[in-house]
Design a protein around this ligand. Structure first.
Ligand SMILES: Cc1cc2nc3c(=O)[nH]c(=O)nc-3n(C[C@H](O)[C@H](O)[C@H](O)COP(=O)(O)OP(=O)(O)OC[C@H]3O[C@@H](n4cnc5c(N)ncnc54)[C@H](O)[C@@H]3O)c2cc1C
Length: 408
């Protein structure tokens, strides 16, 4: 089969890897418009469910992703005028740059033809064309009415920054300014860098003059606002070099159909999921897994593409509901600001409003150091047990061993 993937993000590269693993005779090309090593964004988070899938589909790249990932083992919530509180839950984070370099190397080693800085040329000889060219997919735009593409803009303003301040764990920080509330979602993703996503309402954004400042001045203003959290470290906006800034409204992309002849949408080109639940990369990679399964079955392409779409729509639906509820919570964030600290962080964690009462009681109890450490320890033990079940993982790396409860 001749396969062309347009877009060398997680979706396009991972599908290329799986297509080669399914049949080394497949001729697979990835066309990426950026030069090698150039991408947007900073680190992304993911959880055990993605690692389980990665190990099931390609243990070689899974192992590299796992080894490169940074682990964090709770959420910290800070807000002006409130005590610091904590939410249970562990996860992993990895720089987008590093993730793509692992997938690129794996694809090249399997014989995928990866073309960087490459304009989309004629791919009329391809049996399958995968539009993995992101939320603004130009391939999809060529036939937007066929796909039934809709793009809804989120109400808040956000910017995806990086910082050399290495946060201890996943941290939400809410600052009250003269212009209203502004907050960040931050987490470390390697030994020197953290993701730092800033969000606020458009009114606060304009009142803080973030609509008028260039990238350097805007970062300087945010460094002042969030000085208590940054330990004197800088914020970095990738867009500074191009003369713009990274401020955006989230684009919620949906499509009524995902295929058009031999062209199929995948990842953000097919659907986006608000960053407040940190799942878009996972969903893009799981799309690649589902498409690889569908086309590996013998038979014509059209029903295979239908099977792929059907499977993925079913899997996406609950997460998309969660993402929508989550983004709406952040759009109404100032309404929750008067809650006392424990109730505030609980409202943040229960953004869909579905938790049973015992979760609140547990949340209250685990604000104390000892119960919190015990819960962290129990979750860590569960994580190690789950890790050992993965193919090729005889034992969890020592660096990931569960720390004994310390009461910290
Ligand atoms: C602020 C923010 C934070 C996020 N945090 C997380 C997180 O923590 N966890 C998580 O799972 N997800 C997160 N996401 C979502 C995640 O980044 C995306 O869902 C994911 O990158 C989608 O992968 P993709 O391969 O479909 O698209 P992309 O990663 O966007 O890749 C598309 C590729 O196509 C290339 N391209 C575009 N047009 C063309 C063209 N015409 N020709 C050739 N190449 C082209 C682009 O250069 C790019 O390399 C976040 C998103 C945002 C905005």
């Amino acid at each position: 089969m001749r396969i062309t993937c347009v877009g060398g993000g997680p979706a396009g590269l991972y599908f290329a890897v799986l297509a080669k693993l399914a049949d080394p005779a497949n001729e697979v090309t990835v066309i990426e418009r950026n030069p090698r090593g150039v991408t947007y964004g900073w680190g992304v988070v993911f959880w055990d469910d993605l690692l389980d899938d990665l190990f099931a589909y390609d243990p070689v790249s899974a192992r590299q992703i796992w080894d490169a990932a940074r682990q964090w083992d709770e959420y910290e919530v800070r807000a002006t005028g409130k005590e610091v509180t904590h939410l249970p839950g562990y996860g992993f984070s990895l720089g987008r740059h590093r993730l793509l370099s692992i997938l690129e190397a794996r694809a090249l080693s399997l014989g995928v033809d990866v073309r960087w800085s490459s304009p989309v040329t004629d791919f009329s000889d391809a049996d399958l064309v995968v539009a993995a060219d992101g939320a603004g997919s130009s391939l999809r735009s060529l036939d937007a009415s066929h796909f039934g593409t809709e793009v809804a803009l989120g109400g808040n303003k956000y910017i995806w920054l990086g910082t050399s301040h290495v946060f201890r764990t996943f941290t939400f920080g809410f600052e009250h300014t003269h212009a209203g509330w502004i907050w960040f979602h931050a987490y470390p993703f390697d030994s020197t860098t953290s993701t730092f996503i800033v969000e606020c309402t458009p009114a606060t954004w304009a009142a803080l003059e973030l609509d008028r400042l260039d990238a350097a001045a805007g970062c300087a203003r945010l460094e002042t606002i969030f000085a208590a959290h940054l330990d004197g470290q800088r914020l970095v906006d990738h867009r500074a070099d191009s003369g713009g800034t990274g401020w955006m409204n989230f684009r919620r992309v949906t499509n009524q159909r995902w295929d058009n002849g031999n062209v199929v949408l995948m990842g953000d080109a097919a659907h986006t999921t608000h960053f407040a639940i940190g799942s878009g990369t996972k969903l893009a990679i799981q799309d690649a897994m589902a498409l690889a399964d569908a086309v590996a079955e013998d038979g014509p392409l059209a029903p295979a593409l239908e099977r792929y779409e059907h499977r993925r729509r079913a899997a996406l639906a609950p997460l998309q509901r969660a993402a929508l509820a989550s983004s709406e919570w952040f759009e109404r964030m100032p309404d929750h600001a008067a809650l006392p600290s424990i109730r505030f962080s609980y409202a943040l964690s229960d953004r869909r409003g579905e938790y049973p009462l015992w979760r609140y009681l547990l949340h209250r109890a685990t604000q104390q150091a000892v119960p919190r450490a015990m819960l962290r320890w129990a979750l860590s033990a569960r994580r190690r047990t789950r890790a050992r079940r993965r193919p090729g993982v005889a034992s969890a790396p020592s660096a990931r061993a569960a720390p004994l409860p310390t009461g910290g």
